[in-house]
Ligand binder design. Structure first.
Ligand code: CA
Length: 231
């Protein structure tokens, strides 16, 4: 799906020019000609990036950055005629990601947008969850380790894969064929015997009483479900 960019610009000619550039580069866009409309669209339109003119008729672009940063960290590229270093530093400090001075070329605009997206995705990948916890059971993806009540559990590679699948999908019922496909790969067939043996092994390690499982519940005739933290 194309990334959606909000173009905030009161000058119709510049707005049209920007939209034309975006369209030619396969970006989706919505426009706002004033600050109020911009704030409304930011909150309702699932915007991925904002191109923001600072000189708007109603609200100062600086205030829009302030407001937006209270609830969102999507990239903001300031587009402004004001070529003052002091102001550049100020808006960047407020949380804008970059500053483009008018006039600018299509090439420059698109390049800056790409860089902003790249930074954003890179930064957010670092924030990706690396541990899963369900009650006393913890799986640490970075260390590739499983802990039960803070004690390290020794699990086989397949048991680890199985547990990870369940922890990622806590609260959801996973059908037997979904699990087999995930663990053993597509084309493994409908042989549930191997999965049952694997499940029994895992349960012996994580359940206090494998006959009465508290972490991974059997959903008879369907598959299995790991309990969620709020159950
Ligand atoms: Ca303006």
């Amino acid at each position: 799906m194309a990334q959606k960019i909000l173009v905030v610009e009161d000058d119709e000619q510049i707005r049209k020019f920007i939209c034309f550039c975006l369209q030619n580069n396969d970006y989706d866009y919505v426009t706002a000609a004033n600050g109020k409309d911009a704030l409304r669209k930011i909150t309702s339109d699932n915007i991925d990036l904002v191109l923001l003119d600072l000189g708007l008729p109603d609200i100062d672009g600086v205030d829009i950055i302030n407001d937006l940063r209270k609830f969102s960290d999507i990239p903001i590229l300031v587009v402004s005629a004001r070529d003052k270093d002091k102001e550049k530093a100020y808006v960047l400090e407020l949380g804008a990601d970059d500053y483009i001075t008018k006039p600018f070329s299509t090439t420059e605009l698109i390049a800056r947008i790409k860089v902003a997206f790249r930074h954003f995705y890179k930064y957010n990948q670092i924030q990706v969850q690396t541990t899963y916890q369900i009650k006393d059971l913890v799986l640490d993806i970075d260390k590739h380790l499983v802990y039960l009540k803070e004690k390290e559990l020794h699990v086989t590679p397949l048991e680890y894969q199985l547990l990870l699948l369940f922890m990622k999908n806590a609260g959801k019922v996973l059908t037997t064929s979904m699990i087999i496909e995930n663990i053993y790969g597509i084309g493994y067939g409908k042989d549930t015997q191997a999965l049952r043996a694997l499940m029994a092994g895992l349960r012996r390690k994580i359940e206090a009483n494998p006959g009465k499982p508290e972490y991974i519940i059997t959903e008879i005739g369907v598959g299995y479900r790991m309990i969620a933290n709020d159950e």
